[in-house]
Design a protein around this ligand. Structure first.
Ligand SMILES: Cc1cc2nc3c(=O)[nH]c(=O)nc-3n(C[C@H](O)[C@H](O)[C@H](O)COP(=O)(O)O)c2cc1C
Length: 115
């Protein structure tokens, strides 16, 4: 996926991205989403926490609601989902969420990889 590609890794844990509905001056959501708007291909990675996508990634998707209009149209999306012992249902739900996320914003979902 990344072979021979120039890429930048962003760790959501390094940024203050508050919950949807919160409004704090030091929020860094815009900084991160602007970087996403600038690329052709996005690979989102999440650990499995509590049988789901982790809070940081889910929150990042929540925050795009109402902000993203057509900025992601045509971008390619991959999803990397890792758990210590994820069940098939969990993997399918993560894949489904990302497929719907891509569909909502006009991205081309190229699928999930998992351990
Ligand atoms: C709060 C928390 C909840 C977790 N819940 C699950 C879970 O429901 N299913 C699962 O397969 N792994 C679960 N894990 C394991 C993580 O997915 C795993 O630690 C993560 O993918 C990183 O892998 P590593 O510990 O080998 O680096 C959980 C870990 C944490 C910290």
């Amino acid at each position: 996926m990344l072979r021979n590609q120039e890429y930048e890794t962003l760790h959501l844990a390094d940024y203050k991205i508050y919950d949807y509905g919160q409004d704090f001056l030091d929020d860094q959501f815009k900084e991160v989403i602007q970087k996403v708007f600038a690329v052709d291909t996005l690979a989102i990675g999440s650990p499995v926490y509590w049988h789901s996508i982790n809070g940081l990634v889910r929150n990042f998707l929540d925050r795009q609601y109402g902000v993203v209009t057509d900025q992601l149209v045509g971008k390619k999306l991959y999803f990397i989902f890792q758990g210590s012992a994820p069940t098939q249902e969990v993997l399918e739900m993560g894949d489904y969420t990302m497929c719907r996320y891509a569909g909502l914003y006009g991205m081309d979902y190229l699928g999930m990889v998992n351990n």
